[in-house]
Design a protein around this ligand. Structure first.
Ligand code: ZN
Length: 202
């Protein structure tokens, strides 16, 4: 007879987080490499025990016996410790960071934070991102935010102050300046212009 599964989880590979394993993670203990891997739910990245990346919150960590098991559950190999012993191609790494920016542009973002999340140094991330995408991470973040602002201006009646918060630039004066620099109109002018174009078309 099969052992009844925890009904809150249909995950197949649930390994115990023991004190011993947690100590290995905290102390980057390489003697545990190949014995287990740990994945972090919040970043969807998995590492070797020896990885020097930021120590995750214990409750977000999942333990796997093999790298394949972690990959099968859609965790991605860490760029820094390379748990699958392959180099994650730069373009894939940058794609991960890009995806994170696209989803989290409303939050506070900077190079240090992105480096922590993507397990690379801010400097290396900056250089690689620019090489692949042709713009710096900061320029890309601004681009995503201002594009989102356009959509809010057109698609909603939110105030400019609300929109500036929604796109992660809570200082609305600064937001207006950035928007005007990029598009040549203030957000209010842009909204009016779009609305008058729509009327003409009707
Ligand atoms: Zn790692």
């Amino acid at each position: 007879m099969e052992v009844p599964q925890d009904r809150t989880s249909n995950k197949h590979h649930v390994e115990m987080m023991t004190d011993e394993r947690w100590q290995a993670i905290i102390h980057n203990d390489a003697t545990y490499n190949q014995k287990f891997f740990y994945a972090v739910e919040t970043t969807k990245i998995f590492c070797k025990p020896s990885c020097k990346s930021r120590v995750p919150k214990k409750e977000n960590v999942r333990i796997f016996r093999t790298a394949e098991q972690a990959l099968n559950e859609n965790f991605r190999p860490c760029k820094r410790c390379k748990p699958t012993n392959e180099n994650l191609p730069d373009c894939e790494w940058v794609a991960q960071v890009t995806e994170y920016i696209d989803k989290n542009f409303a939050e506070k973002l900077n190079l240090e934070l992105l480096g922590l999340i993507a397990h690379g140094s801010p400097f290396h991330l900056h250089r690689t991102f620019k090489k692949i995408k042709g713009v710096t991470p900061a320029a890309y973040i601004l681009h995503v935010r201002l594009d989102a602002a356009k959509n809010y201006l057109i698609g909603t009646n939110k105030s400019i102050a609300d929109i500036s918060i929604c796109v992660g630039i809570p200082n609305s004066t600064y937001f207006i300046t950035l928007f005007k620099n990029k598009f040549g109109y203030t957000p209010v002018q842009y909204r009016k212009l779009y609305q008058s174009c729509e009327k003409k078309e009707k």
